[in-house]
Design a protein around this ligand. Structure first.
Ligand SMILES: *Cc1c(COP(=O)(O)O)cnc(C)c1O
Length: 327
Protein backbone atom coordinates (compact mmCIF):
# COMPACT_ATOMS: atom_id res chain seq x y z
CA UNK A 1 0.00 0.00 0.00
CA UNK A 2 1.22 3.51 -0.77
CA UNK A 3 -0.18 7.00 -1.22
CA UNK A 4 -0.22 8.42 -4.74
CA UNK A 5 -1.04 11.65 -6.53
CA UNK A 6 -4.68 10.67 -7.03
CA UNK A 7 -5.19 10.19 -3.26
CA UNK A 8 -3.59 13.56 -2.57
CA UNK A 9 -5.80 15.28 -5.14
CA UNK A 10 -8.87 13.65 -3.53
CA UNK A 11 -7.67 14.87 -0.11
CA UNK A 12 -7.42 18.39 -1.45
CA UNK A 13 -11.09 18.29 -2.54
CA UNK A 14 -12.12 16.88 0.84
CA UNK A 15 -10.35 19.52 2.96
CA UNK A 16 -11.09 22.55 0.74
CA UNK A 17 -12.50 25.29 2.98
CA UNK A 18 -11.25 23.56 6.15
CA UNK A 19 -7.56 24.48 5.83
CA UNK A 20 -5.74 27.54 4.51
CA UNK A 21 -3.82 27.57 1.24
CA UNK A 22 -0.64 29.15 2.68
CA UNK A 23 1.56 31.56 0.69
CA UNK A 24 5.05 30.87 -0.64
CA UNK A 25 7.35 33.92 -0.61
CA UNK A 26 10.91 34.55 -1.84
CA UNK A 27 13.68 34.94 0.75
CA UNK A 28 16.30 37.47 -0.29
CA UNK A 29 18.67 36.62 2.54
CA UNK A 30 18.66 32.87 1.89
CA UNK A 31 18.76 33.31 -1.91
CA UNK A 32 21.94 35.36 -1.49
CA UNK A 33 23.32 32.68 0.82
CA UNK A 34 22.44 29.72 -1.43
CA UNK A 35 23.21 31.31 -4.82
CA UNK A 36 19.80 30.18 -6.13
CA UNK A 37 16.26 31.48 -5.55
CA UNK A 38 15.01 30.26 -2.16
CA UNK A 39 11.28 30.33 -1.38
CA UNK A 40 9.60 29.91 2.00
CA UNK A 41 6.32 27.97 2.20
CA UNK A 42 4.71 29.79 5.13
CA UNK A 43 2.83 26.78 6.48
CA UNK A 44 3.39 27.96 10.06
CA UNK A 45 0.56 30.42 9.32
CA UNK A 46 -1.81 27.46 8.86
CA UNK A 47 -4.81 27.36 11.25
CA UNK A 48 -3.62 25.70 14.53
CA UNK A 49 -0.07 26.84 13.68
CA UNK A 50 1.17 23.77 11.79
CA UNK A 51 0.53 21.68 8.66
CA UNK A 52 -0.93 18.83 10.77
CA UNK A 53 -4.43 20.24 10.24
CA UNK A 54 -4.28 19.02 6.62
CA UNK A 55 -3.90 15.35 7.53
CA UNK A 56 -6.22 15.50 10.54
CA UNK A 57 -8.99 17.20 8.55
CA UNK A 58 -8.69 14.71 5.72
CA UNK A 59 -8.69 11.68 8.03
CA UNK A 60 -11.72 12.87 10.00
CA UNK A 61 -13.64 13.78 6.83
CA UNK A 62 -13.01 10.25 5.52
CA UNK A 63 -14.58 8.53 8.60
CA UNK A 64 -18.00 6.88 8.37
CA UNK A 65 -20.89 8.24 10.46
CA UNK A 66 -20.55 5.22 12.76
CA UNK A 67 -16.83 5.87 13.29
CA UNK A 68 -17.49 9.55 13.97
CA UNK A 69 -19.97 8.59 16.67
CA UNK A 70 -17.23 6.61 18.49
CA UNK A 71 -14.78 9.54 18.56
CA UNK A 72 -11.07 9.69 17.74
CA UNK A 73 -7.86 9.17 19.73
CA UNK A 74 -4.17 9.78 19.02
CA UNK A 75 -0.74 10.05 20.58
CA UNK A 76 0.94 13.33 19.72
CA UNK A 77 3.97 15.55 20.35
CA UNK A 78 1.48 18.42 20.31
CA UNK A 79 0.69 19.66 16.83
CA UNK A 80 -1.18 16.58 15.62
CA UNK A 81 -3.21 16.58 18.82
CA UNK A 82 -4.08 20.23 18.36
CA UNK A 83 -5.04 19.66 14.73
CA UNK A 84 -7.16 16.64 15.58
CA UNK A 85 -8.87 18.50 18.43
CA UNK A 86 -9.65 21.39 16.07
CA UNK A 87 -10.96 19.18 13.25
CA UNK A 88 -12.99 17.05 15.70
CA UNK A 89 -14.56 20.14 17.22
CA UNK A 90 -15.65 21.35 13.77
CA UNK A 91 -17.31 17.97 13.15
CA UNK A 92 -18.76 17.86 16.66
CA UNK A 93 -17.04 14.58 17.57
CA UNK A 94 -15.11 13.45 20.66
CA UNK A 95 -11.27 13.62 20.66
CA UNK A 96 -8.85 12.13 23.22
CA UNK A 97 -5.18 13.14 22.92
CA UNK A 98 -2.46 11.14 24.73
CA UNK A 99 0.91 12.81 25.27
CA UNK A 100 4.19 12.23 27.08
CA UNK A 101 5.57 14.55 29.73
CA UNK A 102 8.04 15.93 27.13
CA UNK A 103 5.28 17.89 25.39
CA UNK A 104 5.60 21.64 26.17
CA UNK A 105 2.93 23.27 28.35
CA UNK A 106 1.87 25.81 25.69
CA UNK A 107 0.86 22.95 23.40
CA UNK A 108 -1.16 21.21 26.15
CA UNK A 109 -3.11 24.38 26.92
CA UNK A 110 -4.00 24.94 23.28
CA UNK A 111 -5.40 21.41 22.99
CA UNK A 112 -7.39 21.67 26.21
CA UNK A 113 -8.88 24.96 25.03
CA UNK A 114 -10.24 23.19 21.95
CA UNK A 115 -12.27 20.96 24.23
CA UNK A 116 -10.31 17.73 23.76
CA UNK A 117 -9.70 15.25 26.58
CA UNK A 118 -5.91 15.36 27.29
CA UNK A 119 -4.08 12.43 28.96
CA UNK A 120 -0.43 12.76 30.04
CA UNK A 121 1.32 9.37 30.21
CA UNK A 122 4.98 8.44 30.60
CA UNK A 123 8.16 9.92 29.14
CA UNK A 124 7.92 8.98 25.49
CA UNK A 125 5.59 8.78 22.54
CA UNK A 126 5.68 5.01 22.92
CA UNK A 127 4.27 5.28 26.46
CA UNK A 128 1.52 7.59 25.19
CA UNK A 129 0.75 5.09 22.44
CA UNK A 130 0.06 2.35 25.01
CA UNK A 131 -2.73 4.47 26.46
CA UNK A 132 -4.10 4.99 22.93
CA UNK A 133 -4.15 1.22 22.36
CA UNK A 134 -6.02 0.75 25.64
CA UNK A 135 -8.67 3.36 24.69
CA UNK A 136 -9.17 1.74 21.29
CA UNK A 137 -9.61 -1.70 22.88
CA UNK A 138 -11.70 -0.67 25.89
CA UNK A 139 -13.71 2.35 24.71
CA UNK A 140 -13.91 1.72 20.96
CA UNK A 141 -12.35 5.04 19.94
CA UNK A 142 -10.96 5.28 16.38
CA UNK A 143 -7.18 5.78 16.30
CA UNK A 144 -5.92 8.44 13.90
CA UNK A 145 -2.14 8.29 14.28
CA UNK A 146 0.09 11.32 13.60
CA UNK A 147 1.80 10.02 10.46
CA UNK A 148 1.47 6.32 9.55
CA UNK A 149 -2.01 6.39 7.99
CA UNK A 150 -2.97 6.82 4.31
CA UNK A 151 -5.46 9.65 4.88
CA UNK A 152 -3.00 11.54 7.11
CA UNK A 153 -0.21 11.21 4.52
CA UNK A 154 -2.54 12.24 1.67
CA UNK A 155 -3.66 15.29 3.65
CA UNK A 156 -0.07 16.39 4.33
CA UNK A 157 0.65 15.80 0.64
CA UNK A 158 -1.70 18.65 -0.32
CA UNK A 159 1.12 20.94 0.80
CA UNK A 160 3.28 19.47 -1.98
CA UNK A 161 0.59 20.18 -4.59
CA UNK A 162 0.50 23.83 -3.51
CA UNK A 163 4.30 24.10 -3.62
CA UNK A 164 4.46 22.85 -7.21
CA UNK A 165 1.77 25.35 -8.24
CA UNK A 166 3.55 28.20 -6.46
CA UNK A 167 7.10 27.32 -7.58
CA UNK A 168 6.69 25.09 -10.67
CA UNK A 169 10.44 25.09 -11.41
CA UNK A 170 11.49 23.95 -7.91
CA UNK A 171 14.69 21.88 -8.08
CA UNK A 172 14.77 21.05 -4.36
CA UNK A 173 12.16 20.90 -1.61
CA UNK A 174 13.43 20.77 1.99
CA UNK A 175 11.03 19.02 4.37
CA UNK A 176 11.21 18.67 8.17
CA UNK A 177 11.23 14.93 8.93
CA UNK A 178 10.08 12.94 11.96
CA UNK A 179 7.63 10.09 11.46
CA UNK A 180 7.61 10.93 7.77
CA UNK A 181 3.94 11.67 7.12
CA UNK A 182 4.81 15.13 5.85
CA UNK A 183 7.86 14.03 3.87
CA UNK A 184 6.08 11.00 2.34
CA UNK A 185 3.01 13.02 1.34
CA UNK A 186 4.96 15.98 0.01
CA UNK A 187 7.41 13.76 -1.89
CA UNK A 188 4.56 11.75 -3.46
CA UNK A 189 2.87 14.98 -4.60
CA UNK A 190 6.04 16.76 -5.74
CA UNK A 191 7.45 13.78 -7.63
CA UNK A 192 4.02 12.91 -9.01
CA UNK A 193 3.95 16.34 -10.67
CA UNK A 194 7.69 16.83 -11.27
CA UNK A 195 9.73 13.59 -11.08
CA UNK A 196 13.10 15.38 -11.32
CA UNK A 197 12.52 17.63 -8.28
CA UNK A 198 14.56 16.48 -5.29
CA UNK A 199 12.95 16.11 -1.87
CA UNK A 200 15.30 16.23 1.11
CA UNK A 201 14.29 15.35 4.67
CA UNK A 202 15.80 17.19 7.63
CA UNK A 203 15.79 15.96 11.23
CA UNK A 204 17.56 16.84 14.46
CA UNK A 205 20.61 14.73 15.30
CA UNK A 206 19.19 14.05 18.79
CA UNK A 207 16.91 11.05 18.24
CA UNK A 208 16.42 10.89 14.46
CA UNK A 209 14.37 7.69 14.21
CA UNK A 210 13.67 7.77 10.46
CA UNK A 211 17.32 8.37 9.57
CA UNK A 212 18.46 5.52 11.84
CA UNK A 213 15.79 3.26 10.33
CA UNK A 214 16.73 4.13 6.73
CA UNK A 215 20.39 3.41 7.56
CA UNK A 216 19.47 0.08 9.19
CA UNK A 217 17.16 -0.90 6.30
CA UNK A 218 14.21 -1.47 8.67
CA UNK A 219 12.38 0.48 11.41
CA UNK A 220 14.50 0.78 14.56
CA UNK A 221 13.91 2.41 17.91
CA UNK A 222 16.07 5.31 19.07
CA UNK A 223 16.17 7.00 22.45
CA UNK A 224 13.93 10.07 22.58
CA UNK A 225 15.84 13.11 23.85
CA UNK A 226 14.85 16.71 24.57
CA UNK A 227 15.48 18.91 21.50
CA UNK A 228 14.64 22.40 20.27
CA UNK A 229 12.78 20.62 17.46
CA UNK A 230 10.34 18.99 19.92
CA UNK A 231 7.77 18.36 17.16
CA UNK A 232 10.30 16.04 15.50
CA UNK A 233 10.59 13.76 18.54
CA UNK A 234 9.33 10.19 18.70
CA UNK A 235 9.87 6.92 16.88
CA UNK A 236 8.47 5.73 13.54
CA UNK A 237 6.94 2.56 15.02
CA UNK A 238 8.60 -0.84 14.72
CA UNK A 239 5.49 -2.00 12.86
CA UNK A 240 5.56 0.99 10.48
CA UNK A 241 3.26 0.30 7.51
CA UNK A 242 3.66 3.21 5.10
CA UNK A 243 5.99 6.09 5.86
CA UNK A 244 9.22 4.08 6.16
CA UNK A 245 8.82 2.49 2.72
CA UNK A 246 7.65 5.76 1.16
CA UNK A 247 10.55 7.77 2.63
CA UNK A 248 13.00 5.08 1.52
CA UNK A 249 11.59 5.15 -2.01
CA UNK A 250 11.00 8.88 -2.43
CA UNK A 251 13.50 10.92 -0.39
CA UNK A 252 16.72 11.90 -2.16
CA UNK A 253 18.63 12.55 1.06
CA UNK A 254 18.19 12.95 4.83
CA UNK A 255 20.23 15.54 6.75
CA UNK A 256 20.72 15.85 10.51
CA UNK A 257 21.18 19.11 12.43
CA UNK A 258 22.75 19.95 15.78
CA UNK A 259 20.80 21.92 18.39
CA UNK A 260 22.95 24.97 17.60
CA UNK A 261 22.09 24.74 13.89
CA UNK A 262 18.38 24.53 14.72
CA UNK A 263 18.69 27.58 17.00
CA UNK A 264 20.42 29.46 14.16
CA UNK A 265 17.43 28.68 11.92
CA UNK A 266 14.94 30.01 14.49
CA UNK A 267 17.04 33.15 14.93
CA UNK A 268 17.40 33.73 11.18
CA UNK A 269 13.65 33.31 10.65
CA UNK A 270 13.01 35.96 13.26
CA UNK A 271 15.78 38.47 12.54
CA UNK A 272 15.78 38.41 8.74
CA UNK A 273 12.38 37.07 7.71
CA UNK A 274 10.38 38.48 10.65
CA UNK A 275 8.78 35.08 11.17
CA UNK A 276 8.26 33.20 14.45
CA UNK A 277 8.84 29.48 13.85
CA UNK A 278 9.30 26.55 16.19
CA UNK A 279 12.43 24.40 16.06
CA UNK A 280 10.90 21.79 13.75
CA UNK A 281 9.82 24.53 11.37
CA UNK A 282 13.29 26.08 11.25
CA UNK A 283 15.33 23.04 10.18
CA UNK A 284 15.26 23.96 6.48
CA UNK A 285 16.78 27.33 7.24
CA UNK A 286 19.20 25.75 9.68
CA UNK A 287 20.37 23.26 7.05
CA UNK A 288 20.91 25.95 4.38
CA UNK A 289 22.73 28.27 6.79
CA UNK A 290 24.96 25.43 7.98
CA UNK A 291 25.86 24.61 4.38
CA UNK A 292 24.56 21.07 4.85
CA UNK A 293 22.49 21.03 1.64
CA UNK A 294 23.90 21.82 -1.78
CA UNK A 295 21.07 23.23 -3.85
CA UNK A 296 21.13 23.10 -7.63
CA UNK A 297 18.30 25.51 -8.49
CA UNK A 298 15.13 27.12 -7.11
CA UNK A 299 14.59 25.72 -3.62
CA UNK A 300 11.52 25.63 -1.36
CA UNK A 301 11.78 25.37 2.43
CA UNK A 302 8.69 24.30 4.36
CA UNK A 303 8.25 26.34 7.54
CA UNK A 304 6.10 23.64 9.10
CA UNK A 305 4.98 25.17 12.40
CA UNK A 306 5.13 28.06 14.82
CA UNK A 307 3.96 26.59 18.12
CA UNK A 308 7.05 27.39 20.16
CA UNK A 309 6.98 28.41 23.81
CA UNK A 310 7.51 32.18 23.57
CA UNK A 311 9.85 32.46 26.56
CA UNK A 312 12.08 29.85 24.93
CA UNK A 313 11.85 31.77 21.65
CA UNK A 314 12.94 34.97 23.41
CA UNK A 315 15.96 33.22 24.91
CA UNK A 316 16.98 31.82 21.53
CA UNK A 317 16.70 35.09 19.62
CA UNK A 318 18.58 36.89 22.41
CA UNK A 319 21.43 34.51 21.60
CA UNK A 320 21.40 32.85 24.98
CA UNK A 321 23.58 29.77 24.80
CA UNK A 322 21.16 27.06 23.78
CA UNK A 323 23.51 24.81 21.92
CA UNK A 324 23.89 21.17 22.88
CA UNK A 325 21.67 20.86 25.94
CA UNK A 326 22.77 18.12 28.30
CA UNK A 327 20.79 14.88 28.05
C1 LIG B 1 4.79 16.78 13.05
C2 LIG B 1 5.66 17.89 12.63
C3 LIG B 1 6.75 17.67 11.75
C4 LIG B 1 7.15 16.29 11.26
O1 LIG B 1 6.12 15.63 10.56
P1 LIG B 1 6.18 14.04 10.34
O2 LIG B 1 5.01 13.75 9.48
O3 LIG B 1 6.07 13.40 11.69
O4 LIG B 1 7.49 13.72 9.72
C5 LIG B 1 7.48 18.78 11.35
N1 LIG B 1 7.20 20.02 11.79
C6 LIG B 1 6.18 20.27 12.64
C7 LIG B 1 5.93 21.66 13.09
C8 LIG B 1 5.37 19.22 13.08
O5 LIG B 1 4.36 19.47 13.92
Amino acid sequence: MTVELQHIRAARERIAGKVERTPTVPSQSLSDHAGHPVHLKLEHHQTTGAFKLRGASNAIAALSAEEKSRGVVAASTGNHGRALAHAAKLEGIRAVICMSRLVPENKLDAIRRLGADVRIVGNSQDDAQQEVDRLVAEEGLVMLPPFDHPDIIAGQGTLGLEIMEQVPDAAEVLVPLSGGGLAAGVAAAVKGVSPSTKVIGISMARGAAMKASLDAGHPVQVEELPTLADSLGGGIGLDNRLTFAMCRGLLDDVILLSEGEIAAGIRHAYELEREIVEGAGAVGMGALLAGKVKVSGPTVLILSGRNIDMSLHRRIVCGEAITERAA
